[in-house]
Design a binder for this molecule. Structure first.
Ligand SMILES: NC(=O)c1ccc[n+]([C@@H]2O[C@H](COP(=O)([O-])OP(=O)(O)OC[C@H]3O[C@@H](n4cnc5c(N)ncnc54)[C@H](O)[C@@H]3O)[C@@H](O)[C@H]2O)c1
Length: 352
């Protein structure tokens, strides 16, 4: 199998986990997905706006401040210098003295030239980057590469963008990565258990705290509209009725670093009207949870490219993203969709 050439928009903590992944798995006995291994991924371009990162080799930029993802693999010098993208709405006001953005970002045409030759453009921008996400989606379209939107800006799940990628004969995956054992997949599973056992869910919350720039950025409630919608719909879509619900990032706790702590509460009414209350606390390394899904999505985007499939790949989006174009009733169902999609012949389309 050939290599998968990846360009990155954003070189933050998730990018660090993603870039280290192929080096971590190199020489290890890995399982392949769609014929590709994690170690088949290589990085050919990267954009950021942070003056500590722009101009550096990607292997150094991933460890530059304010990134805190620890080193878990020896990353070779990549020969990829981080290019300066346009800031647009990528940096919140309260983050300016932390990101220290350069204001001399490249034009759309320059970005397209930098990305040309890649297979996939992976967007890892901060929450609230609506304009910047559309900028990089446009870059992918013009450069002729697949686009993966890992953040809660609605692109893959927006019909008009899906159509643009379909017409350009390019796949698109998104939106908002669902981590390996993240709060969303756990919350969906708990609510589904209530449903399976005929316990009526009355109300639920999921409060998340963490200590990296992702959580610091999300202290601005104005940037959270799509994040709350994405996380909330991922859970409420499991139930056929309305419930009391509050879901989203809730505070920045600096000493937690990349550890995300999620507090999940579900209250239901069971047999003969008696109450059932569930309280669960999940503690995970948020960036490794992310890298698992991002590396799988990257490999499956390449499979779609190889097969000449285009537009949103619904089967893949439903398993790896919180806000896909088509939401599966359960994560088991989404896994079955992917199996069927991988098994199908290139010329047979599955109707869902
Ligand atoms: N489990 C997870 O970590 C998880 C799950 C789902 C979604 N996400 C999303 O992934 C995204 C990235 O998370 P992160 O932890 O890497 O955040 P981060 O703050 O560490 O990194 C974001 C990077 O983007 C850069 N940036 C800002 N504006 C830019 C622009 N216009 N062009 C290019 N680069 C720009 C920043 O300088 C920074 O390096 C966030 O939106 C996050 O919510 C993460």
């Amino acid at each position: 199998m050939s290599k998968i050439k990846v360009a990155l928009a954003g070189v933050g903590n998730t990018a660090s986990a993603v870039v280290q992944s192929p080096y971590y798995y190199r020489g290890k006995d890995e399982t392949s997905l769609g014929g590709y291994k994690v170690s088949d991924v290589e990085f050919v371009a990267a954009f950021d706006v942070n003056r500590n990162k722009v101009g550096k080799d990607l292997s150094e930029a991933i460890f530059a401040e304010p990134n805190i993802t620890p080193k878990f693999a020896d990353v070779d010098k990549t020969g990829v210098k981080v290019s300066c993208g346009p800031v647009l709405d990528g940096v919140a006001k309260h983050m300016e003295n932390i990101i220290k953005p350069l204001r001399k970002g490249c034009s759309l045409e320059e970005a397209v030239e930098i990305v040309k030759g890649a297979d996939v453009l992976l967007s890892l921008l901060p929450v609230g980057s609506e304009k910047a996400t559309r900028f990089y989606a446009e870059v992918a379209l013009k450069a002729g590469v697949a686009f993966i939107n890992t953040i809660p800006a609605f692109i893959a799940s927006d019909g008009s963008w899906g159509k643009k990628f379909k017409e350009a004969n390019l796949p698109i995956l998104g939106d908002d990565v669902k981590g390996q054992i993240g709060a969303t997949v756990l919350h969906r599973t708990l609510v589904r258990l209530f449903k399976l056992r005929n316990v009526e869910v009355i109300e639920t919350y999921q409060l998340n705290v963490g200590g990296n720039t992702d959580f610091q950025n999300m202290m601005d409630e104005n940037r959270l509209v799509s994040k709350r919608e994405s996380k909330t719909k991922a859970v409420t879509s499991v139930l056929p009725y309305d419930i009391g619900v509050r879901i989203g990032p809730s505070d920045y706790v600096p000493f937690l670093g990349n550890t995300k702590v999620a507090f999940i509460y579900v209250k239901g009414q069971s047999y003969a009207g008696f109450p059932v209350t569930l309280d669960v606390k999940l503690s995970v390394d948020d960036k490794s949870m992310f890298a698992y899904s991002a590396m799988d999505a990257t490999r499956l985007a390449k499979v779609a490219l190889d097969r000449g499939e285009s537009g949103p790949i619904n089967e893949v989006c439903a398993f790896y993203f919180k806000h896909p174009p088509v939401q599966a009733a359960s994560d088991e169902e989404a896994a079955e969709w992917i199996k069927a999609w991988l098994a199908k012949k290139p010329d047979i389309l599955i109707k869902m």
